[in-house]
Design a protein around this ligand. Structure first.
Ligand code: HEC
Ligand code: HEC
Ligand code: HEC
Ligand code: HEC
Length: 108
């Protein structure tokens, strides 16, 4: 019985943790349709940075928004990668810098 309770509680916690809205969900909530990112309509085609920059303008513009962060996740030696390197579409985002560093940056 006690085990069942633990199972139920951990399932509940897991659903709360995993139900957070990812990048695509937050865009859909702003009425950004699938095709705005999946421009060809084929979701097996990778979403490239130019697809994001159709709305977000340029790396310079995005870097300006995060200019107070050290280091700036959008302006560094890593260069202008595809946004989805960090901002995943439908799963938790990552801070790919931390493959090599230990920065306290959390990608939304
Ligand atoms: C804000 C941009 C964005 C929106 C809006 C968006 N997606 Fe995605 N989607 C992505 C990204 C980024 C990937 C990862 C693909 C990659 O690695 O290039 C992806 C991947 C996918 C994949 C491949 C499997 C996976 O989960 O990686 C499917 C299927 C998909 N999207 C379907 C959809 C559908 C259906 C919608 C609308 C309901 C949608 N997407 C809206 C950005 C978006
Ligand atoms: C059709 C226009 C459009 C496209 C395409 C688009 N976005 Fe956005 N995005 C917005 C709008 C509007 C906002 C809300 C205003 C803002 O923060 O700039 C936003 C906000 C964001 C935010 C910050 C707020 C949040 O909810 O996280 C991130 C991060 C983001 N977008 C990443 C991306 C990435 C990565 C892609 C490509 C995979 C992308 N966007 C494609 C329109 C777009
Ligand atoms: C190396 C990882 C990485 C890449 C690549 C990346 N971002 Fe980000 N992004 C971040 C992190 C980390 C934050 C959170 C900054 C913070 O803590 O406020 C962020 C925040 C944002 C925000 C919210 C800024 C704000 O505070 O209003 C937007 C919009 C955004 N990113 C768009 C993009 C777009 C568009 C691209 C591609 C052109 C991109 N990002 C590429 C890591 C990345
Ligand atoms: C493939 C590994 C790798 C990745 C990924 C990477 N870096 Fe680095 N980075 C390095 C190396 C190697 C150095 C040089 C280390 C030194 O001089 O001590 C460095 C140096 C730096 C420095 C200057 C030294 C310091 O630690 O303050 C900054 C700032 C930095 N990186 C930021 C970033 C940011 C931001 C990202 C992600 C957007 C990133 N790096 C991604 C390998 C990487």
């Amino acid at each position: 019985m006690k085990h069942l309770l633990v199972l139920v509680l951990s399932a509940l916690t897991a659903s709360v943790v995993f139900a957070q809205p990812y990048t695509a969900d937050r865009h859909l909530a702003r009425k950004v349709p699938c095709q705005a990112c999946h421009v060809t309509g084929d979701t097996s085609v990778p979403v490239r940075k130019q697809n994001c920059l159709a709305c977000h303008q340029s790396y310079e513009v995005v870097a300006q928004k995060t200019k107070d962060l050290k280091p700036n996740p959008h302006f560094n030696h890593y260069g202008e990668r595809d946004c989805s390197t960090c901002h995943s579409g439908h799963k938790p985002s990552v801070t790919s810098c931390n493959q090599c560093h230990k920065f306290d940056l959390k990608t939304p």
